[in-house]
Design a protein around this ligand. Sequence first.
Ligand SMILES: NC(=O)c1ccc[n+]([C@@H]2O[C@H](COP(=O)([O-])OP(=O)(O)OC[C@H]3O[C@@H](n4cnc5c(N)ncnc54)[C@H](OP(=O)(O)O)[C@@H]3O)[C@@H](O)[C@H]2O)c1
Length: 347
Amino acid sequence: MQIEFRAIVQSEYGAPEKVLRIAERQFKSEEVGADDVLVKVIARPIHPGDIQILSALPQGGPVVPIPEGTLRVPGFEGVGTIVRLGTNPEAAKRFSEGQRVAFFPAKGSWGEYVVVRYNSLLPVPNEIPDQIAAQMLINTITASVLLKAGHNSLKAPITLPVYILQNAASSGVGRLLTQVALDRGVRPIRLVRSNQSAERLQSALPGPPVYSTSDSNWKEQVRDALGGRKLEVAFDAIGGKAIDDLAEVVDDGGTIINFGSLDSNMGTNIYSLVPNNVALKSVSILSWFRLTDAEKQKDFELALSLATHHPELFEVAHEYEFGDFQKAIQHVSSPGKTGVVLLKSPA
Ligand SMILES: NC(=O)c1ccc[n+]([C@@H]2O[C@H](COP(=O)([O-])OP(=O)(O)OC[C@H]3O[C@@H](n4cnc5c(N)ncnc54)[C@H](OP(=O)(O)O)[C@@H]3O)[C@@H](O)[C@H]2O)c1
């Protein structure tokens, strides 16, 4: 069986408006390998990281060359329907054709069809809508990887309660990090960049304190919230000078864990780490690939549990039609955006 479909493709890296276009693609279903599954994609998110990678920005990590004469399809996760299973009997035991699944990692979820390894699939129960299933894996896995790194940074003996500080706390990853931390008995203190964002976050996800870094006294507010307890770990999604700021509130010997560059990530002053002997650590979802299948499965279950019990964590900024992918990409970095931008497949 030959399938003709459309995909967003690039033959070189660069600015999205220059390098991306929609192309007709073909796939012979006989090409599905033993461990592979062919999925018809219903919707996929557009993450800041997708844009950084397709643009070959330094924040996107090492650039994988696009061989001459081939096309790259961006996108690593999404939700879709199984069209064809490979011959591995284990895959047939766990999945069936027609089943709705979330998937990560995939190479090319910005196509109407994508081939995914069967152990990268998660069956989606009917109660979880496509809008949540499409975005529930990467951000949950990132939050999980971050909390493990945070835990490993604590010095023994661990004295409760443990506090963490997180900036850009209204981001998709930030919201999940807060919830997973709370579920594990950790006390998060949240930072956002404006009072408007603080109000929005506090009303959407009430609970732990939220402070705006636009207030000149936010560091005192954080110290007040700590009430004399130690702050050993801070999570940074912004980079650059935001790291200097966090270094002023982290306690002696504490750790700042950077996982994003929402700002330019230029101009961190390494001397800001000196007064409190602060360690700076970088954490990426790439470390998740080194985990065992059982550990990865636990994170898939965590995503399912969060999607079931806390659907409010998976806000959608807007759902775009496939042909409007450039508008969708622009929306990702537009001011005031809350939630994840989704791109639907053609009807
Ligand atoms: N290391 C990894 O493996 C990994 C994996 C996933 C994501 N990430 C990174 O995690 C970060 C968050 O990703 P996401 O998908 O969760 O983001 P998101 O949902 O798109 O949210 C970003 C939010 O952060 C705030 N923000 C944006 N620019 C800012 C700035 N310069 N200073 C302060 N706040 C700013 C904005 O909120 P307000 O408008 O409310 O202020 C914005 O809505 C990104 O840097 C992403 O690349 C890393």
